[in-house]
Design a protein around this ligand. Structure first.
Ligand SMILES: [Cu+2]
Length: 398
């Protein structure tokens, strides 16, 4: 039975425009600051007819009660008894059992379906979830095997959900006034809620494109640079952890939506998956999609996409022009570079945006570029590092 220890605590995140914002969140390392989003919990289901029971021990290191909700999971128990809403003199104070400051309580649930799920605080949710008390759960089908093409699936063999690489994008918003009010113990008028930052995996663009565990972002360990090789199937999992809905789309191709809220889009044997350009990622919802890009046999050297290359002088970027890109406006061609120059597309890879189509959301407090935006990099076959886009079969357990 998988067991995870989580601590609810606080920390500070950074935004690309130089701000430091106080957050609440979860960590799986005692004494560490909160991370945004909380640690991703990945579990593999037991064989059919066996229950997959998952235990999460929550220790509350904050100064007010917090709790955990598991939308989409079943038979949730707390310290061995059914989880229930909490009332104080008839007033609802929490959607589920809470851990008091300093207390550790144990939640156990049955993971009944493969797919993508959220976990988040069920206490004073408007404030606590917004402050960062959220994360994702990935449930793998019981027959999942990462080295077998037919068994490397989101929903099980024969469900048309095979993938080669896999990325999780948890979307959220930040209203810095709310965060400041919580930091200084002041009240906040929820009617004045107005986000200024929009996050993918807890980061605002362009930090979204930095690698995982970037040293200067200790509370935001997860990047969201989506990398794949041409022709591969990329599983993209969206999870809406904010209070608002966000219309997300990648460029370059539609995605094929195969699952929603941890449920396969299939009716008995009828495949109900469908292609979408923009997916309105609803608050509290999750979407599993397959994305491919073949470029009709694209190869940056022998078969590049024909475009007009700019003049050499217009290809230099960065300080002193010492960094250059060598190809088409989409970076998909490898041209000649002066010796000693550094190129941003070393393998002749193509780049497509993936972003919120609500344009204020691709800014950092109004300044473009920023916010809910990242890139998909499509590499020529055989040129990509093999460890990118490979999530573990199961996350680190106790
Ligand atoms: Cu777009």
């Amino acid at each position: 039975m998988p067991i995870v220890n989580l601590w609810a605590t606080d920390g500070y995140i950074s935004t690309p425009d130089g701000k430091s914002i106080y957050i609440w969140g979860f960590t799986d390392r005692e004494g560490a600051p909160a991370q945004l989003p909380g640690p991703t919990i990945i579990v593999k289901q037991e064989a059919p007819f066996y229950k997959t029971r998952v235990t999460i021990n929550l220790t509350n290191a904050l100064k007010e009660p917090v709790s955990l909700l598991f939308p989409g999971q079943e038979e949730v128990e707390v310290n061995g008894l059914p989880a229930q809403p909490q009332y104080n003199n008839g007033t609802l104070v929490s959607l589920t059992n809470q851990a008091m400051p300093g207390e550790t309580i144990s939640y156990t649930f049955t993971a009944v379906s493969p797919g993508t799920f959220l976990y988040e605080s069920g206490t004073d949710s408007f404030k606590q979830v917004h402050m960062g008390l959220y994360g994702a759960i990935i449930v793998r089908p019981w027959d999942f095997m990462d080295h077998q093409v037919r068994h490397r699936t989101a929903y099980g063999e024969g469900t048309d959900t095979e993938f080669d690489r896999e990325y999780l994008l948890i979307v959220g918003e930040i209203d810095p006034d709310l965060h400041r009010a919580v930091e200084y113990g002041k009240s906040f008028n929820t009617g004045l809620y107005k986000p200024r930052y929009w996050t993918l995996n807890g980061r605002c663009s362009n930090d979204t494109m930095l690698s995982d565990n970037a040293a200067h972002l200790p509370c935001q360990p997860c990047g969201s640079m989506l990398m794949m090789e041409q022709g591969e199937k990329m599983l993209i999992r969206y999870a809406g952890a904010g209070l608002e809905n966000h219309p997300l789309h990648p460029h370059g191709n539609h995605t094929r939506l195969v699952g929603m809220d941890g449920r396969l889009l299939q009716n008995r044997s009828t495949n109900l998956s469908y292609k979408r350009f923009t997916v309105l990622t609803g608050a509290g919802q999750t979407y599993d999609q397959i994305y491919t890009w073949s470029g009709l046999g694209f190869n940056p050297v022998t078969s590049h996409i024909p475009t007009q290359l700019p003049n050499m002088r217009n290809m230099a970027i960065g300080h002193g022009g010492m960094t250059m890109w060598s190809g088409s406006p989409y970076l998909g061609e490898k041209g000649e570079l002066p010796s000693g120059m550094v190129s941003y597309n070393q393998a002749g890879e193509y780049y497509f945006m993936l972003h919120s189509h609500a344009e204020p959301e691709i800014t950092n407090w109004g300044t473009f570029p920023g916010g809910m935006m990242t890139m998909i990099a499509v590499y020529p076959s055989g040129s990509m590092p093999h460890n990118h886009g490979i999530l573990p079969v199961e996350s680190r357990m106790v």
